[in-house]
Write a protein that binds this ligand. Sequence first.
Ligand SMILES: [Zn+2]
Length: 155
Amino acid sequence: MIEGLVDLEKLVRLQDEIGPQQGNASVRLQFDVDTQRRHLIDGELEADLMVPCRRCLQPMAVSVASHFKLAIVSDDALAAEVPSDYEPVLVDDEQLDLLGAVEDELILSLPQVVYHDEANCAISREQMSSGEAPVEEVSRPDSPFDVLKSLKGKF
Ligand SMILES: [Zn+2]
């Protein structure tokens, strides 16, 4: 059993997905060998991540937790025989990139879409509606509203 902390700042692929991270993921890994001499890992991880809000793109705190089961296999044929509740991980020379596997699990555990509560979001509904109007006028000088304005001036 390994219990430890993984420095989130070292997880480059995770940060490619969701931006800069601070702090640690806590990870517990239980190692086992089954009757067919496969190396199995029963793992749990928890982390507090900063994930960008889809509306304002500002990072928001999101806690993720994952329980995963990995079977370490050295070729595809062995991968096909792995029990269904285990996810096969292909390795060369039985050398597992443990940090990489943990990073994969963290990325898999990310929520698909996160939004701030409207009250906390940098882009509230009010700002969106008041912020859009001037942009539209600048980018569309021939908007129907201009036509209406000129019509209105004639009466
Ligand atoms: Zn937001």
